[in-house]
Design a binder for this molecule. Structure first.
Ligand code: ACM
Length: 630
C-alpha cells in the first residue's frame, strides 16, 4: 500500500516533467544537471569523466582525511562504488584546500571542475569543500538512471562550477518541545538539510509543552518539565491533565547527547542554535519550579490543551530569583553550545499576571519602566548581559523590539518583515523568518486533503521570498530561516513531509543569486530531487501538483469557485455531482468563477497534464467552502 502510493506520487511528477520544456544552463547535449540550490556559475562542456571502483579520492593534507572518508561513504551509498583514499593528487576525485580562494569564494564557496582527467573540488576552507562535495553528490544519477551505477562506474558530464552563498545564515528551526525528536532523528534532519547547503539548525528546546535539555544545576527541568500526559488529536482541543494521571510523553537530551549532536552538526558545517524561551512560553519550566512565575501556582506541563492567558506561563520579571535561574540556565547553555548566538525567545509573552504581580510592579517603579513591554525589555537586557559575560550574542523573536531593543541584540523577524526592517535600520543584525514565506508548519495544499494545521504556505510562495527588503542595508540581513513548529507534527516522518520540497525552495532563496531564480526550472529540478528523497526513504509532499480552490461570494451572497495551480500548463477538471473527476468531466477555463450547481453538496477537482492525472483529487463539501468565505 505504502509503496504503491509512493510510486503513484512519483509517476505524477514524472508525467508533469515530461511536459516541461524550459531550458537552463544546467543542460548540455541533452544531459541535465539538477542542482539545488542553483550554483552561482556553472558551465557544462562536452566530454565525460568515468568514476570507477578503482578510482581514488585524493586529498591535499591529513586534516582533510575525515572529509575524504565522508565522501567515500556517501559515494558508496549513492552508487555502490567503494573508493580508496590517498593523500596527494591524481586521476580521481581531488579535494584541495586553497587559501587564495578566500577572497573570491569566501569561507563556504568552492570550485568544482569535472574534466575527462578527473574531478577537482577546491575551496579556501573545509566548509567550502563540504559544499563542493554536496554538489558532486547531486551529480550522481538519481532514480531509474541509477541503474547505470550497476556497471561499476558512474559517468560525469564535464562541468566547471564556481559557487558561494548569498547569505551566511541559512537556517531551519525544529521545534523539539511540542513533539520530541530523538538525536538520531535530528541527525537525519541534519543529513537532509546539508544536502541543500543549510548551515544553521535552531532547536526550539523549551516551551509550555516540554523542556528538552539537561541543565545540571536545575534537575527538575527535565525530571518534571520534560514530561506531559499523553494525548493525540487536534492541538488546543486536548483534555487537560487529570488528577493523578501519569506524565509519560516526552524526553530530553543529556548534555553528553547534545555534545555528540553538536559535533555531528559541526562536521557538516551546521551550527546548532539553542533556543531557551523566556520570559513567555515557559510553562514546562514553571511546572518544574513554580517559584519562577508571578503567581507561584503549581501547574502541569501542557499537553496541547488551551491555557494561554488562563495559566501563568511567564517567568516573573520582578523577582531576583528569576534572574538567578536564567543565569544558571544560560551559563550551562553558553558552555555547551559553540555557536556565537543563543536564542532567548521573547515572543508572545502574556503579561497579564505581571500587571497584578507586586514584584513586577515594584521592579517597574524602581527602574522607571512605564509599562510591561518595558519590563520585558529590561528582562531581555539582563539576559544579554549574562550572555555577553559568557562571550555570546543574544538573538530573539521580533517582540524583543517592544519596550526597547537590548544594545547588541540580533532580531529574528517572524511577524512579517517589519520587525527585521526596524531592527536593521537601527543597525542590528537580522534573520528574516516571516510567517508569510518561512513557516513550514503551515498547510502546503488544500486543507481538505492535508493533515490539519493552520494558515497556508505553498511551495511557490516560499520560492518568492526576498529576505532583503527595499531600502534596507543588506549588510544587516544575516539571512533567513524556515521554521517547523511541531504542534501538529507528531512524528519525524511527518516532519519530513512538511520540510520537503518547501525547504528546497528556501535553500535556493538563501544560497543562489536572486537574479537566477526561475520557478519553472526549479520545479523541474525538484522532480529529480524528490526521486532522490524517494530513494533515501525520506518523506515529502506533492501538494504543489494539486489544484488551488479559491472560493468567494458574489453580491447576492452566493458561493463562487475559482480554480488555479502552482504549475503552468495544467488542465483542471471538476464535478459537482458526487463522481470522481477525470478528463471527461467539466474542464475549467482560466479566470472563470464557477457558480455552485443547483443542490450540489460536494465539489471535486483534479489537475491533468498532457492527458494524464497530475495532482490528487480534492473533495470538499460546499458547506466547507461557504465556511471558508464566511
Ligand atoms: C513564533 O512563531 N511565535 C515565533
Amino acid at each position: 500500500m505504502k509503496t504503491s502510493i509512493r510510486i503513484l506520487k512519483l509517476l505524477v511528477l514524472i508525467i508533469y516533467i515530461a511536459g516541461c520544456d524550459s531550458e537552463s544552463d544546467q543542460s548540455e547535449g541533452g544531459k541535465q544537471l539538477s542542482i539545488i540550490p542553483q550554483p552561482v556559475k556553472m558551465s557544462l562542456s562536452s566530454g565525460e569523466f568515468e568514476l570507477k571502483s578503482s578510482s581514488v579520492i585524493f586529498h591535499s593534507g591529513e586534516e582533510l582525511l575525515p572529509l575524504a572518508e565522508y565522501l567515500a561513504d556517501e559515494i558508496s551509498t549513492a552508487s555502490g562504488l567503494e573508493l580508496q583514499i590517498n593523500e596527494g593528487k591524481g586521476k580521481g576525485i581531488n579535494l584541495l584546500l586553497q587559501e587564495d580562494l578566500l577572497n573570491t569564494l569566501g569561507t563556504e564557496g568552492y570550485k568544482l571542475n569535472v574534466t575527462s582527467g578527473g574531478i577537482e573540488i577546491a575551496a579556501a576552507k573545509s566548509g567550502g569543500l563540504f559544499y563542493g562535495i554536496q554538489t558532486l553528490l547531486q551529480m550522481f544519477p538519481a532514480g531509474e538512471e541509477c541503474e547505470e551505477c550497476e556497471d561499476d562506474e558512474v559517468e560525469f558530464q564535464c562541468v566547471a562550477i564556481e559557487d558561494f552563498p548569498r547569505f551566511k545564515w541559512r537556517g531551519l528551526l525544529l521545534d523539539v518541545s511540542r513533539h520530541f525528536f530523538t538525536t538520531d532523528e535530528v541527525k537525519k534532519m541534519i543529513d537532509e538539510m546539508v544536502r541543500y547547503k543549510y548551515n544553521v539548525l535552531q532547536l526550539h528546546l523549551t516551551d509550555d509543552q516540554g523542556w528538552r535539555l539537561e541543565i545540571k544545576q536545575l534537575p527538575e527541568l527535565t525530571t518534571t518539565g520534560a514530561w506531559r500526559v499523553p494525548r493525540t488529536g487536534l492541538w488546543w482541543d486536548r483534555e487537560v491533565p487529570q488528577e493523578g494521571e501519569a506524565a509519560t510523553y516526552g524526553g530530553f537530551y543529556t548534555q553528553e547527547q547534545m555534545k555528540d549532536l553538536i559535533e555531528y552538526a559541526m562536521f557538516r558545517n551546521v551550527n546548532i542554535l539553542p533556543e531557551i524561551e523566556a520570559p513567555g512560553h515557559s510553562l514546562a519550566a514553571i511546572a518544574a519550579y513554580p517559584y519562577l512565575s508571578s503567581t507561584g501556582k503549581k501547574y502541569n506541563v501542557n499537553p496541547g490543551s488551551k491555557f494561554y492567558a488562563i495559566d501563568d506561563n511567564s517567568i516573573c520579571a520582578g523577582k531576583e530569583t528569576s534572574y538567578e535561574y536564567m543565569e544558571k540556565v544560560l551559563s550551562e547553555v553558553a558552555d555547551l553550545f559553540p555557536f556565537e548566538y543563543v536564542h532567548i525567545g521573547g515572543d508572545e509573552c502574556f503579561k497579564g499576571f505581571w500587571k497584578k504581580c507586586p514584584d513586577c510592579q515594584k521592579r517597574m517603579k524602581e527602574n522607571g519602566l512605564k509599562d510591561e513591554n518595558e519590563l520585558q525589555s529590561y528582562f531581555i537586557k539582563r539576559l544579554e548581559k549574562i550572555l555577553e559575560a559568557k562571550g555570546k550574542k543574544l538573538i530573539g523573536w521580533d517582540e524583543i523590539l517592544e519596550g526597547g531593543l537590548a544594545p547588541n541584540a540580533a532580531v529574528m523577524s517572524w511577524r512579517g518583515m517589519q520587525g527585521g526592517i526596524t531592527a536593521a535600520k537601527a543597525q542590528h543584525h537580522v534573520v528574516m523568518s516571516p510567517v508569510e514565506y518561512a513557516y513550514i508548519d503551515f498547510y502546503q495544499g488544500d486543507p481538505a486533503i492535508e493533515p490539519p494545521t493552520y494558515a497556508m504556505l505553498r511551495l511557490k510562495k516560499v520560492y518568492e521570498f526576498e529576505p532583503v527588503p527595499e531600502g534596507v542595508d543588506p549588510g544587516y540581513i544575516l539571512g533567513g530561516q524556515g521554521n517547523l513548529w511541531t504542534e501538529s507534527v507528531p512524528t519525524f516522518r511527518h516532519a519530513e513531509y512538511m520540510l520537503w520540497p518547501r525547504s528546497f525552495a528556501l535553500a535556493e532563496v538563501l544560497w543562489s543569486p536572486a537574479e537566477s531564480r526561475d520557478w519553472n526550472n526549479f520545479v523541474q529540478r525538484t522532480e529529480t530531487h524528490l526521486t532522490r528523497l524517494e530513494q533515501a526513504d525520506i518523506n515529502y509532499a506533492v501538494s504543489f501538483c494539486d489544484a488551488i480552490i479559491t472560493p468567494s461570494k458574489n453580491e447576492k451572497g452566493e458561493l463562487l469557485i475559482e480554480l488555479g495551480s502552482e504549475l503552468e500548463g495544467v488542465d483542471i477538471y471538476y464535478t459537482f455531482d458526487n463522481t470522481y473527476p477525470d478528463d471527461h468531466s467539466f474542464l475549467y477555463k482560466q479566470g472563470e468563477k464557477l457558480p455552485v450547481q443547483k443542490d450540489a453538496d460536494t465539489f471535486r477537482v483534479i489537475t491533468y497534464r498532457d492527458g494524464k492525472p497530475l495532482g490528487r483529487i480534492i473533495t470538499v463539501s460546499i458547506a466547507d467552502l461557504i465556511k471558508r468565505v464566511s
